[in-house]
Design a protein around this ligand. Structure first.
Ligand SMILES: Nc1nc2c(ncn2[C@@H]2O[C@H](COP(=O)(O)OP(=O)(O)OP(=O)(O)O)[C@@H](O)[C@H]2O)c(=O)[nH]1
Ligand SMILES: [Mg+2]
Length: 238
C-alpha cells in the first residue's frame, strides 16, 4: 500500500516498555467512588453487591489473561492484577497492558451491573470509570510485599470503617464524635470499642470484608489470610 506524505507523524509515537523479568502489577481504581457509592446508595462501609460485582469483573479479566496471570487481589474500589515475571503479553507495552485491562474491567462492570443491582439503573450522568497503572517489582520478595501491603491495607481500612460506621449507625454518634473516639487507637483498642460499645465481635464479620478478595489464575475466589499463605501463593512463580 502506498504511503501518504503524512505517514512520518508515526515517528512521534513512543513505546513505553516495562522492564523485562519483573513482576508486573496492573492496579485499577474506581474514579470518584466516594461520590459513585453515595449516588447509588451503597451500604456503609461495605456493600456486598458492589464487592461481588468487582470480583466478577476481576474474574473475567483473570480468565481472559490466565496464561499470564499469577493472581488478582481486590478491596473496596480497587483491584491488582499480578502478572508473571516472564510474561510477554503485548510485548510488555505499558500502554497496552494498562488500557486493555482497565477497559475490559470497566466494560464488565457496566455489563454485569444489572446482575448485582437488579433494581438500580445506571445513570448516564454517573457511569463507573477506573484509572489504571502498571508497576514493576524486581524480585519475588518485593512482589510478596506488594500483595501483603494491599492485604494489610484492607484490614486497617475495614476495621476502622466498621467501628466508625457502627458508632454512628448503632450508638448514634456524629461523624466527629466517632472520629474523635477512634483517634490514636491501635487495632486491639478498635476491636475492644466495637465489642464493648456496639456488641460486635470483629472476628465474626464477613471474611470478604476483613480479608479482601483473591482470585487465583483458575478463577477461584478466596478470602484468605494472604500474609500467612504468601509463600504458597507464589510457589512456582519465583
Ligand atoms: N458505601 C460504600 N462505599 C464504598 C464501598 N467501596 C468503596 N467505596 C467508596 O469508594 C471510596 C474508595 O476510595 P478512594 O479510591 O480513595 O476514593 P475515590 O473517591 O474513588 O477517589 P479517586 O480514586 O481518587 O478518584 C471509599 O472511600 C468509599 O467512599 C462500599 O462497599 N460501600
Ligand atoms: Mg477510587
Amino acid at each position: 500500500m502506498a504511503k501518504s506524505r503524512f505517514e512520518y507523524v508515526r515517528q512521534f509515537e513512543s513505546q513505553n516498555l516495562l522492564l523485562p523479568q519483573t513482576y508486573i502489577v496492573v492496579r485499577i481504581d474506581g474514579k470518584k467512588f466516594h461520590e459513585f457509592s453515595k449516588f447509588y446508595n451503597f451500604n456503609k462501609p461495605n456493600d456486598e453487591r458492589a464487592l461481588k460485582l468487582m470480583n466478577a469483573c476481576a474474574k473475567n479479566v483473570v480468565l481472559t489473561y490466565k496464561t499470564d496471570m499469577i493472581l488478582a487481589f481486590g478491596e473496596s474500589d480497587e483491584y491488582s492484577f499480578i502478572l508473571k515475571k516472564d510474561s510477554q503479553l503485548y510485548n510488555r507495552r505499558y500502554d497496552k497492558l494498562s488500557t486493555l485491562i482497565v477497559s475490559l474491567f470497566t466494560s464488565n462492570y457496566v455489563h454485569l451491573w444489572p446482575k448485582f443491582f437488579p433494581d438500580v439503573q445506571l445513570s448516564p450522568k454517573h457511569l463507573p470509570f477506573f484509572d489504571s497503572r502498571c508497576v514493576c517489582y524486581p524480585n519475588i520478595a518485593t512482589i510478596k510485599d506488594y500483595l501483603s501491603w494491599r492485604f494489610v491495607d484492607t484490614h486497617i481500612n475495614n476495621l476502622y470503617n466498621t467501628v466508625f460506621w457502627q458508632l454512628i449507625q448503632v450508638c448514634g454518634m456524629t461523624n466527629q464524635e466517632a472520629e474523635d473516639k477512634l483517634s490514636g487507637t491501635v487495632s486491639s483498642e478498635k476491636q475492644e470499642i466495637l465489642f464493648t460499645d456496639c456488641k460486635i465481635n470483629y472476628n465474626n464479620e464477613p471474611e470478604m470484608y476483613k480479608k479482601g478478595s483473591l482470585i487465583t489464575k483458575k478463577g477461584e475466589l478466596l478470602h484468605i489470610d494472604v500474609i500467612k499463605q504468601i509463600d504458597e501463593l507464589f510457589k512456582g512463580f519465583e
